[in-house]
Design a protein around this ligand. Structure first.
Ligand SMILES: Cc1cc2nc3c(=O)[nH]c(=O)nc-3n(C[C@H](O)[C@H](O)[C@H](O)COP(=O)(O)O)c2cc1C
Length: 349
């Protein structure tokens, strides 16, 4: 409650300054309750292929804690798992500021951060100290000026694998020029075949994709994933979108970058459904994009997700959103007479 009020008060600051102040305060665990919350038992999830056991299927999406500074605090706010990063091998400053914008009227965010982060060395030092209150994911990326981007992913996987509970290969940021090109058939095949040789220490690895994919592109990715990525645990669907729906009202809608929050909910859920139809239970799917309620999380789970992640709506609602979504999700299951989350997965395919 207090944290949610603080989150709202942070809106008096420009978005990035508010974010930096929040993560810094959280890293010192200011005002954070001592224990992780108890979840309703009917929402406990096991992701079949990755073997991840989650007390709550509601996770924190990447980008909030890029340098792995506050994972314990986020676990205590009620996230069932937390994903830190994106981290790149070398530190990099990202794009010039301002680079993150609140679209308050649209309950959305546009960001063009450009993988600003302190680099792998800093990240791994923090990750190694994490107390594993809930499972932690390490999301790895490539440096903007890298001559061999695939090598950056291999370096990232090797470095985080000893300490992370799962790893995410992020090829879907719209803010590193050319990065999304790694989703093309030939590039994705090369990426997956080289990453297969990384030393992942038997940790589950997820591939994070963009929402801006038509049915043919989804089909192509599924084909490559089945052929070259059988070793993957699953996919995270999705990152931010380059689309600008007509419905956007805020003055900032013309800013360049990736759009997230409420307007991303529908398109990201439909892309998730396309992936779920083709990958049919062989891979774990984590749904992200615009989740603001238990009903939103439930819709993603019924569309094929085994778990979900959120970030942007927390900007408006505060970190208490994680627990609220989990509790509402439990009510959704009860209302439909489902005893466990597992029974809801893919019901709407
Ligand atoms: C400010 C900001 C920074 C982000 N940075 C990253 C990132 O570094 N790596 C990544 O994989 N996703 C990043 N994302 C995308 C989120 O993880 C998530 O996939 C997306 O925003 C959709 O979920 P949401 O609508 O709940 O935010 C970022 C999102 C925002 C708003």
């Amino acid at each position: 409650m207090l944290a949610d009020l603080a989150a709202k008060a942070a809106h008096l600051l420009p978005p990035e300054a508010a974010h930096v102040a929040t993560v810094r305060a959280l890293s010192k665990a200011l005002g954070v309750p001592a224990k992780p919350p108890a979840f309703p038992t009917n929402i406990a999830a096991v992701l079949p292929k990755s073997g991840l056991k989650l007390a709550s299927p509601v996770g924190l999406a990447a980008g909030f804690d890029k340098n792995c500074e506050a994972p314990e605090a986020m676990a205590r706010f009620g996230f069932g798992f937390v994903e830190c990063g994106t981290v790149t091998p070398k530190p990099q400053p990202g794009n010039p500021k301002p680079r993150v914008f609140r679209l308050t009227e649209d309950r959305a965010v546009i960001n063009r951060m450009g993988f600003n982060n302190f680099g792998l060395e800093f990240f791994v030092r923090r990750l190694a100290k994490y107390s594993h209150l809930v499972p932690i994911g390490a999301n790895v990326g490539a440096n903007k000026d890298s001559e061999d981007r695939i090598a950056d992913y291999v370096t990232g996987i090797n470095a985080v694998a000893p300490y992370a509970d799962y790893i995410t290969i992020n090829i879907s940021s719209p803010n590193t020029p050319g990065l999304r090109g790694l989703q093309d058939k030939a590039s994705l095949a090369a990426l997956l075949s080289r990453c297969a040789d990384a030393d992942r220490k038997a940790k589950p690895v997820f591939l994070k994709v963009a929402p801006d994919l038509d049915a043919e592109a989804v089909s192509d990715i599924c084909g490559v994933v089945k052929a070259e990525g059988a070793w993957l645990a699953g996919l995270i669907i999705s990152n931010t979108t380059l689309a600008r729906p007509e419905s956007l009202k805020s003055a900032e809608r013309g800013e360049a970058g990736g759009l997230s929050g409420a307007p991303l909910f529908h398109p990201s859920t439909e892309v998730l459904r396309l992936f779920a139809r083709q990958l049919g239970g062989a891979f774990d799917l984590i749904g992200a994009g615009g989740i603001a309620s238990g009903a939103d999380a439930y819709a993603k789970i019924r569309a094929g997700a085994n778990a979900v992640q959120l970030y942007s709506m927390m900007v408006y609602e505060g970190p208490g959103l994680a627990l609220r979504v989990a509790r509402e999700l439990s009510h959704c299951l009860e209302k439909d007479g489902l005893a466990t989350l597992f029974e809801a997965v893919s019901k709407d395919l």
